[in-house]
Design a binder for this molecule. Structure first.
Ligand SMILES: Nc1nc2c(ncn2[C@@H]2O[C@H](COP(=O)(O)OP(=O)(O)OP(=O)(O)O)[C@@H](O)[C@H]2O)c(=O)[nH]1
Ligand SMILES: [Mg+2]
Length: 356
């Protein structure tokens, strides 16, 4: 298949610039010590986003949505095909809506299927093909990898509401970047809960990256400041700042985010290079509209859509893309360090509709 070939043939541009081991092994001021290089599930020899693994991981992660779509669409058909009439297109519409893609896009696909096939007896493959073409148009987006700084380090803030998947997504991203040979420093700037620092510290040990922490209740901006300072001192390419979950309506907490920004901008004028909003794909449309104001208030630059594996509503990518005017940069497909994939619309639709 053309797409597979393209993916396989794509050179891994980052594999060339593996820094000396010393850059990655710098000690942090955290309790955490570096895990031995061979301790975790991580192997720098196989980048987390190795092209041939992406589609397989996506398929696995999107299984629930893909099963819903494929099974329900298959159920629409009798053995020898089915007449496309009003009942048929209405049933198709209902199936599409169940993936949370929204009634607008589902209606658009229904109308197109009606125009193309009305009054004809069609086979499932014909309809699936048409749905796929349209989904690809609706989801059209090239990969939008991280905006990397011209001069290291690249500083990434990760924000979102409580429990959306921020800390886990940071671990996955750090694992991915480390596997590309980059030195990573994590900032445990969610000082709100002691358990949050512990959670990120365990991840840092597991994937073998540095972490900077502060006492519980201390100023998150101070932790971020020290982490950026450490990245600058050690020549680490990436600094990722974890933040506590918050709602846009919590003015003091939103101010805290603004303070983190101010502090790191003083250290590195172009920072933050990315402010990634983590959304929970299982939260449904409500969670998404809630996060909309957040993305504007926090100056977000991209989205990580987490927990897609936990929902049959993976179609939610479409309204997210329509409502946020921000690229979906990565999707979270599970709880392991490897369960992250760079989002690309066409590949996403292939994983959804090719079934397993
Ligand atoms: N299945 C699945 N679970 C996920 C994914 N991402 C995160 N989780 C789980 O979701 C829960 C919350 O994840 P966290 O990363 O702690 O979320 P958070 O946004 O940092 O939470 P707070 O710091 O409390 O605001 C954890 O149990 C994670 O294991 C994902 O992509 N798939
Ligand atoms: Mg967290």
């Amino acid at each position: 298949m053309g797409l597979f070939d393209r993916l396989r043939g794509k050179p891994n541009v980052d594999s060339q610039d593996v820094p000396p081991a010393a850059t990655q092994a710098d000690a942090s001021d955290a309790e955490a010590q570096q895990a031995p290089a061979d301790a975790g599930p991580v192997s720098a020899a196989e980048p987390a986003d190795a092209p041939k693994g992406v589609l397989a991981r996506l398929r696995q992660g999107l299984r629930r949505t893909s099963q819903l779509l494929n099974t329900d669409i298959r159920d629409l058909f009798k053995q020898d095909g089915r007449l496309v009439d009003d009942d048929f297109v209405d049933e198709l519409f209902a199936i599409l809506v169940r993936t949370d893609m929204g009634t607008g896009p589902a209606g658009q696909i229904r109308d197109q299927v009606r125009t193309e096939f009305r009054g004809r007896v069609v086979r499932m493959d014909d309809v699936l093909h048409s749905v796929k073409v349209q989904l690809k148009q609706l989801m059209a987006q090239d990969e939008t990898p991280l905006n990397l700084a011209a001069n290291d380090p690249t500083i990434i803030m990760v924000v979102g509401v409580n429990g959306s998947g921020k800390t886990t997504s940071i671990a996955k991203l750090a694992h991915f970047l480390k596997s590309q040979g980059k030195g990573v420093v994590l900032a445990a700037a969610d000082t709100f809960r002691a358990a949050a620092v512990e959670q990120l510290t365990i991840w840092a040990q597991r994937i073998g990256v540095s972490i900077v922490t502060g006492p519980s209740g201390s100023d998150p901006a101070s932790v971020a400041h020290r982490a950026v300072a450490q990245a600058l001192e050690t020549g680490a390419e990436i600094c990722i700042i974890d933040t506590a979950g918050r709602l846009q309506t919590q003015a003091n907490l939103m101010n805290q985010l603004a303070k983190i920004r101010r502090v790191i901008t003083k250290q590195v004028p172009e920072a933050p290079h990315e402010v990634l909003l983590v959304l929970d794909a299982t939260a449904g449309q409500n969670g998404i509209s809630q996060a909309k104001g957040f993305s504007e208030a926090a100056g977000c630059t991209g989205i990580i859509l987490a927990k897609l594996d936990g929902t049959a509503k993976g179609g939610v990518v479409i309204p997210i893309r329509q409502q946020f005017h921000l690229p979906v940069k990565y999707v979270g497909l599970g709880e392991k360090a490897e369960d992250l994939a760079l989002f690309e619309g066409g590949r996403f639709v292939d994983a959804l509709l090719d079934g397993d």
